[in-house]
Write a protein that binds this ligand. Structure first.
Ligand code: C2E
Ligand code: CA
Ligand code: CA
Length: 653
């Protein structure tokens, strides 16, 4: 052996030793880690094993080549065929891995499996009957020939196949988080494979430098670090699996085509807890809950699927019952600030594939449940049923109509006249927004679309559309000359704390020449309590322009009387829920409450508007007890602008 020989041998050998060590370590780490039960992970394990086998056979092939004088030719040939076939197996298992990873997680049918193996089998047979030529000279050693070319051709088929899979769009899921996870997976596999090809090409050109093992190792390392490393999916703070893992697991579970339940444990009052006690406490809560519930199902993993939610997939009904029993009876006591804290929570149970067959349907339902549960008290365990799915679909349709209406400014405003008990005429009106779908939905109540618009960040635009319509209507008909002292306009909680609100409203009032005194802004009791300094600042600057304020829905929120004293309102609107019971079946106590509220508000120096006045008896009683304004169906329902104009000029009660 001359020095050049030794050099190439040396480099090749070092590359192989290094590659072997790295792949072996990764394989051990992978086997030992707790993983998600994914098909792609199983195939990845195969892929790593094949890579390791390839590295061993490469070492063997180099040994037999450099010692061709002592090794029998048949052994040399067998070792080389094994080595080339193992490269082909790498390409084949990578193709399979990419299929399971990206290609909708469906199980390969028998036909597909056979089809997938065709290039491998053809090449393996073809290469067995063709020649391999060995070159061993003073520069080094390598092998080539028709047998090698056949194997390389079939490798190219798998490589092209893998890239085609990478480019294929997944039509099952449009959820952005999942799309991101998939995109990353595609890019990682494409880059990993790219590294392998580049190194293989270098080897093909340099011939004597046997570095394919390095390409092999880099590819495994790259895919491992950026995709398969189980630690990427650990949520250390809660000792569960993270949201990315959840997005990967959802399509996998659906692809199994077997019944399973997705159980989601959600801590209520997320915002309050994180705002007042910090997000760390939420993590402690979730970790404690996961640890306690894990005792019922030690082999399953929980997923931190949303900031305040833990989810778990369960395939066994008995296990589900045991989990729900445990969740209902366990004491989730969290140590906090020297004392302890027991979080409020609820559990949603979704059965699949009965209530959804695609990942998007799962995410839709989960999104819906989050907003749904905030509004309704459904008890500790909420089972998703046909009605939930109908409501969810309705919400989705409403959202589509709402989005279109915002884009096209297609809202109407109706006016509900407000009766002045002193002047005995209609002295004002409340502007109420209306949304009508020309399709099957028809009239959509603001009680449904306003909260949705708030959630979707569309409320400001709706508020602007309504305000512009109100000002334009008032100016066009010079309402102040028709006995109307002011118009009440509703502000949503979010609008009322928007720092841009005063400038926005003022610009519209100027545009239509409306005196700000003609505008009375209604803020709900709850919003006025939560609004804090931002609300104070907005009220101050709008008041300086001349606008007035009403506290809407008094009696429905927390009725924080101290707050009421802090923020002064010119008008307080008594909610119907405070009025109706006082005229209902057991009126004694509700009447005491109603009378006390009226007295208290009057003593605070505000005027009162009674809402939901439906009978003469109510109207009489309220006006006799100092309620200045009466609003309700007894006087008029909310009506379109024209009808409103007719009413205020003709109706005298
Ligand atoms: P709200 O501000 O409390 O409005 C009064 C609601 O009570 C109106 O319902 C009105 O039609 C209804 N109402 C009035 N008198 C009676 C009565 O005698 N009996 C009964 N049963 N109901 C009566 P509507 O128009 O469906 O509005 C519901 C809620 O939607 C409003 O409650 C308000 O919170 C919100 N909203 C309506 N328009 C707007 C708007 O332009 N902007 C904002 N942010 N919210 C709005
Ligand atoms: Ca109102
Ligand atoms: Ca109200």
């Amino acid at each position: 052996m001359d020095t050049q020989w030794i050099n190439f041998f040396d480099i090749s050998f070092k590359c192989q030793a290094l590659a072997l060590a790295v792949v072996l370590l990764l394989l051990i780490d992978f086997v030992r880690s707790k993983k998600m039960p994914l098909r792609s992970s199983k195939v990845f394990l195969c892929f790593m094993s094949v890579c390791l086998f390839n590295l061993f056979s490469e070492v063997a092939s180099i040994y037999t080549l450099y010692n061709y004088k002592t090794v029998p030719p048949l052994v040399n040939r067998l070792v080389h065929t094994m080595f080339y076939c193992s490269i082909e197996m790498i390409a084949m298992t990578l193709f399979l891995y990419a299929f399971y990873l990206i290609g909708s997680q469906k199980r390969f049918s028998k036909r597909q499996t056979l089809l997938c193996m065709v290039p491998f089998v053809i090449a393996a047979i073809g290469s067995s009957f063709t020649d391999i030529y060995y070159v061993v000279d003073e520069r080094g050693a390598y092998s080539h020939g028709p047998s090698v070319t056949i194997l390389y051709t079939s490798i190219a088929v798998y490589v092209i196949g893998t890239y085609v899979l990478m480019l294929k769009k997944n039509r099952d899921c449009c959820h952005t988080d999942v799309a991101d996870v998939m995109k990353r997976a595609r890019i990682t596999v494409a880059v990993g494979l790219g590294i392998w090809i580049v190194v293989a090409l270098i080897q093909l050109i340099t011939k004597y430098l046997l570095i394919s093992s390095i390409g092999n190792c880099l590819m495994v390392l790259y895919i491992y670090l950026f995709l398969e490393n189980p630690k990427r999916y650990e949520d250390e703070e809660t000792d569960t699996l993270n949201r990315q893992a959840f997005h990967i697991m959802v399509p996998e579970m659906l692809a199994r085509k077997k019944t399973f339940w997705l159980v989601s444990f959600t801590v209520d009052d997320n915002e309050r807890i994180t705002k007042s006690m910090g997000y760390d406490l939420m993590k402690v809560i979730l970790r404690t809950v996961a640890n306690i519930l894990q005792t019922v199902m030690p082999r399953s993993r929980f997923y931190h699927s949303r900031s305040n939610t833990l989810s778990v997939f369960i395939s066994d009904r008995e296990q589900l019952d045991a989990l729900l029993k445990k969740a209902g009876s366990a004491d989730f006591e969290i140590p906090y600030c020297g004392g302890s804290f027991r979080p409020q929570y609820h559990i949603a149970v979704l059965e699949f594939p009965k209530y959804g067959a695609t990942p998007d349907e799962i995410y839709d339902t989960m999104d819906y449940l989050v907003s749904h549960h905030q509004k309704h008290d459904n008890g500790l365990v909420f089972w998703v049923d046909d009605e939930t799915i109908r409501n969810k679909n309705y919400s989705k349709q409403v959202l589509a109509v709402l989005t279109k209406a915002v884009r096209e400014k297609a809202f109407n405003v109706v006016y509900q006249p407000i009766w002045s008990s002193e002047a005995r005429r209609f002295a004002s009106a409340e502007a109420l927004v209306r949304l009508q779908d020309c399709g099957e939905l028809g009239f959509i109540s603001p009680e449904i679309f306003i909260p949705m618009a708030e959630q979707q960040g569309m409320i400001d635009e709706i508020g602007n559309i309504v305000f512009e319509k109100v000002c334009s209507f008032a100016a066009e008909n010079r309402l102040w000359e028709k006995g109307i002292n002011y118009i009440e306009v509703n502000l949503s909680g979010m609008q009322s704390v928007d720092p841009g609100l005063p400038a926005q409203l003022s610009a519209v009032m100027q545009k239509y020449g409306i005196d700000p005194k003609f505008i009375n802004l209604e803020i709900t009791e709850t919003a006025s309590i939560d609004g804090g300094e931002l609300l104070d600042a907005n009220m101050k600057s709008l008041r300086s322009l001349g606008c007035h304020f009403s506290m809407d829905d008094f009696g429905t929120g927390y009725s924080n009387l101290a707050q009421m004293a802090r923020v002064h309102f010119e008008l307080v609107k008594l909610d119907k829920s405070l009025i109706w019971p006082a005229f209902g079946e057991n009126p004694e106590e509700p009447m005491v409450i109603l009378e006390s509220c009226i007295t208290m508000i009057l003593q605070l120096g505000a005027h009162i508007v009674a809402e939901g006045v439906e009978t003469e008896e109510q109207a009489e009683f309220l006006s006799q007890h100092g309620v200045s304004y009466l609003q309700g169906y007894f006087y008029s329902k909310p009506v379109p602008g024209e009808a409103f104009l007719e009413k205020i000029t003709s109706v005298v009660k």
